[in-house]
Design a protein around this ligand. Structure first.
Ligand SMILES: [Zn+2]
Ligand SMILES: [Zn+2]
Length: 162
């Protein structure tokens, strides 16, 4: 099970980010409500209207560093961008500028973590580059003959390995 310290560290990091933003912008941003009930393959999400952050407790278990260094600043910047600029693109220039200027984090939208635990069943396929895993959704499309997947690197059609 998830140790209480991981969640505590995430909450602390959110508070730190807000303290820092308050100082840098010389204004008071309202601390969000924080919960750990994000489901699915998503690491976290920001609800702008209700000023709320949700984090994925299952992904947090194995990826504490990524949460502290990337996921928390990423989601906090969504809330800050909303409070500062109102309606802007989710990963637009305002959000990107906050990531870089405020937190010195590369503004990427994808976190490099193992989502296998939350991804459901996966199927092993192979091409000339090696093996890779496809979701059940893709696998079903292939077995129903609706779609072939071609490797972007070697351009060969993926074949099932097992
Ligand atoms: Zn985002
Ligand atoms: Zn390949």
């Amino acid at each position: 099970m998830l140790s209480p310290t991981s969640q505590q560290l995430v909450i602390q990091k959110v508070e730190q980010c807000f303290d820092y933003a308050n100082e840098r912008f010389n204004q008071h941003f309202d601390l969000p409500k924080i919960s750990f009930k994000q489901r699915g393959k998503v690491a976290g999400s920001a609800r702008l209207q209700s000023n709320e952050l949700r984090f994925n407790p299952i992904l947090l278990q194995d990826n504490l560093d990524i949460f502290i260094n990337e996921v928390v600043p990423h989601e906090v910047c969504h809330l800050l961008a909303h409070q500062l600029y109102g309606r802007v693109k989710p990963h637009g220039q305002e959000w990107q500028a906050l990531m870089i200027d405020l937190f010195a984090v590369t503004p990427k939208t994808h976190h490099n973590m193992d989502i296998q635990k939350v991804a459901g069943e996966v199927f092993r396929y192979y091409c000339q580059c090696g093996t890779l895993e496809l979701s059940i959704r893709r696998h079903n499309k292939i077995t129903r003959g609706k779609q072939n997947y071609i490797c972007r690197k070697c351009h060969s059609v993926l074949k099932i390995a097992s």
